[in-house]
Ligand binder design. Structure first.
Ligand SMILES: O=C(CO)[C@H](O)[C@H](O)COP(=O)(O)O
Ligand SMILES: [Fe+2]
Length: 217
């Protein structure tokens, strides 16, 4: 089985000890830091913004995979670049001029990702797929950590990987929400090559070991 990229979500870390979380991730087999930004409008929760991302960046030695759950994310592309984003992912449902937004992200020197909610068909990505570095399939409804994985995600991953084989063979397919050691191997077999894990990592007794287990299933 191919080894997936592991992107632990700091949404599930202790916000009073983010330096500790960053140092743990630096020493672990994690590939990216997954950073969830929520605006209280696109999703019914508010997380944190640029000042917190900048503060974590000072202690981080790995790329920042920033997942924007905000309306009209095109307003803040430069700000997230300046805050430390390496990969910037916007929601298809939140950005009416997605093609322009994706080009703007790339023009700012970041990798461009598009995320889709559980109700959104992967077919809607067909025309933009050749322009993308990454698709983030939400396997829970966005807004909160610790939710139950939605099983239909497997079908979406298989369909998207078949589309990508034709249109964009290097596409990274990332899964976000309710990922654990039970569903991770099946997700990779279905065609996913990046896994976000928040609660499963940070609520475990040994987060570093949990990351290693996800990476080397
Ligand atoms: O984007 C997200 C929520 O909207 C988070 O990345 C996701 O929920 C990860 O948390 P968990 O692994 O606990 O489900
Ligand atoms: Fe996320």
């Amino acid at each position: 089985m191919k080894t997936p990229i592991i992107a632990p979500s700091i949404l599930a870390a202790d916000f009073a000890n983010l330096q500790n979380a960053a140092e743990m991730l630096n020493e672990s087999q994690a590939d990216w830091f997954h950073i969830d930004v929520m605006d209280g409008v696109f999703v019914p929760n508010i997380s944190f913004g640029m000042p917190v991302i900048k503060a974590i960046k000072k202690h981080a030695k790995k790329p920042f995979d920033v997942h924007l759950m905000i309306t009209q994310p095109e307003r803040y592309i430069e700000d997230f670049k300046n805050a430390g984003a390496d990969i910037l992912t916007v929601h298809l449902e939140a950005s009416p001029h997605l093609h322009r937004t994706v080009q703007e992200i790339k023009n700012h020197g970041m990798k461009a990702g598009v995320s889709i909610n559980p109700h959104t068909s992967v077919e809607l990505l067909r025309d933009i797929l050749p322009d993308l570095d990454l698709v983030l399939i939400m396997s829970v409804n966005p807004g909160f950590g610790g939710q139950k994985f939605i099983e239909n995600t497997f079908n979406k991953v298989r369909t998207l990987r078949a589309m990508a084989d034709e249109l964009n063979p290097n596409l990274i397919i990332e899964i976000d929400g309710g990922v654990n050691d039970k569903n991770a191997p099946d997700l990779v077999n279905a065609g996913a090559n990046a896994l976000v894990a928040g609660s499963f990592v940070f609520k475990s007794n040994d987060p570093r070991q949990t990351i290693a287990n996800l990476k080397n299933q």
